[in-house]
Design a protein around this ligand. Structure first.
Ligand code: ATP
Ligand code: MG
Length: 427
């Protein structure tokens, strides 16, 4: 017999009473009650109760929890609480047997630590709590694409194999490229800036790579970034875009993932307008709380933890010292030592960095040299600045970190299918 699926569980209802259906799914639970066997079947859309008697009862009981099965049966009413129908099984076929003992318990009754779950990620995904995270991630991405499309950005895909560092700095993975050195891109920065001179407004959602030996709950070697760059936009314009995108994502996830948020024991609502602090405000506030902060120095993780304690929600930090920011960030007209830049924070966690970019070639070449970078290495990039480069601004938003915040998770690894970090390269 060749079994063939007829319906998703979500499309079956008591209105189909007496009809035959064929459902594909995994057996989540089996209860043998004398001559009758009950099983809970789960597919990608929901759960159904199957009831089997006679020969079929043995088949259902023998299929084994978590096996992939095809069930054919008739829809009938049920007395089970909370359910409106059940499937009276006429036949069951085991399509993929689950071999016990399984390395993690997909029902989550027996908790496993995060490393064990990540080592067996595909099975962990059958845990509804884990699946909820990735459905939330899907909805967040879906909203980001819709939002940026309606704001007239064009989605682009830039190279991930590059010939030289795009941002300077040492945190690049290198590899052999037909006898030459190549690197994995740490961001789409230079390409997205160049694309503004042809496409005007662009965005990219892609993986980028950082060879930092960080062992934190927020750093990965491979992460997903949502990047935008817009011609004739300034720092304030792209901050407003980021704020409306993030608030829209929150509202969209809240509206489309009520069950998933419930599964995770968390909730979401529009946080309202984001607070805006300047770098100087932060230094003053931190000193007021007894922190030792050097004016002009970077805010350390310990500082951000204190600041995040006082500002637990979403807030911008603007006006960073130009010296602390990458070479392509513009100094302000009023005070070139203060940059046209921002970070978006959620509590102590940095979610995004952005700002106005330098668009004059001489200025950019000067900044490269001042940062100790070799302008010759940036030849093709600098050349494009002579082709009518518009003033432009943009940001990069860490999707994994944002999803972790939306889903109420402490560790960014929970929001990534197969995270890569200095200790984790497989599976
Ligand atoms: P951090 O200071 O937290 O290491 P960063 O300032 O080096 O971050 P940016 O270069 O500003 O990071 O990248 C933009 C955004 O991309 C960050 O705000 C963050 O959300 C995300 N991001 C950067 N590096 C990582 C990483 N290693 N793992 C996960 N997300 C990252
Ligand atoms: Mg940053």
């Amino acid at each position: 017999m060749t079994w063939k699926r007829s319906h998703d569980i979500a499309d079956v209802s008591i209105g189909m009473e007496g009809k035959e259906v064929s459902l594909g799914g995994w057996i989540e639970d089996v209860r043998v009650m004398g001559k009758v066997t009950f099983a809970t079947l789960r597919d990608h859309t929901g759960m159904a109760q199957a009831v089997a008697k006679g020969d079929a009862a043995g088949g259902v009981a023998g299929a084994g929890r978590q096996s992939a099965v095809g069930i054919t049966g008739t829809i009938q009413g049920t007395r089970a609480r909370g359910l409106e129908y059940e499937v009276l099984v006429s036949s069951i076929e085991v399509l993929g047997r689950a071999e016990h003992p399984l390395p993690v318990d997909p029902i989550g009754r027996q908790g496993s630590n995060i490393d064990t779950r990540l080592d067996h990620r595909a099975l962990d995904m059958r845990n509804q709590r884990t699946a909820a995270i990735f459905r939330i991630r899907h909805r967040a991405l879906q909203y980001a694409r819709r939002h940026l499309d309606s704001a007239r950005y064009t989605e682009i895909t830039t190279p991930k194999i590059i010939g030289s560092a795009s941002e300077g700095g040492a945190d690049l993975f290198s590899m052999d490229y037909f006898g030459k050195s190549a690197y994995l891109a740490q961001s789409p920065q230079l390409y997205k800036e160049q694309m503004t001179l042809g496409l005007g407004r662009v965005f990219e959602i892609a993986s980028f790579y950082r060879a930092e030996k960080s062992h934190t709950g927020r750093h990965l070697s491979e992460f997903t970034s949502v990047d935008i760059e817009g011609a004739f936009m300034d720092c304030g314009d792209v901050m407003a875009e980021l704020e409306s995108l993030v608030r829209g994502m929150i509202t969209h996830v809240a509206g489309s993932c009520a069950a998933e948020l419930g599964e995770l024991g968390t909730g979401l609502r529009d946080p309202g307008p984001f607070e805006r602090l300047t770098y100087k405000d932060c230094v003053r506030e931190l000193r007021g709380m007894g922190e030792d902060v050097e004016e002009g120095g970077d805010l350390l993780d310990s500082h951000l933890r204190v600041l995040g304690g006082a500002h637990p929600g979403y807030y911008f930090i603007t006006g960073w010292p130009t010296d602390l920011k990458p070479f392509y960030i513009m100094g302000s007209e009023a005070d070139p030592a203060v940059s046209e830049s921002f970070d978006l924070q959620h509590g102590h966690l940095e979610l995004s960095s952005g700002g106005t970019r330098i668009h004059r070639r001489e200025d950019l070449a000067g900044r490269l040299a001042a940062k100790g970078l070799d302008p010759a290495q940036f030849g093709p990039h600098l050349e494009s600045f002579g082709w009518g480069m518009p003033p432009h601004s943009g940001w990069g938003l860490g999707l994994d970190r944002l999803v972790a915040v939306l889903a109420g998770l402490d560790n960014v690894r929970e929001a990534v299918l197969y995270p890569r970090d200095p200790d984790r390269l497989t599976p």
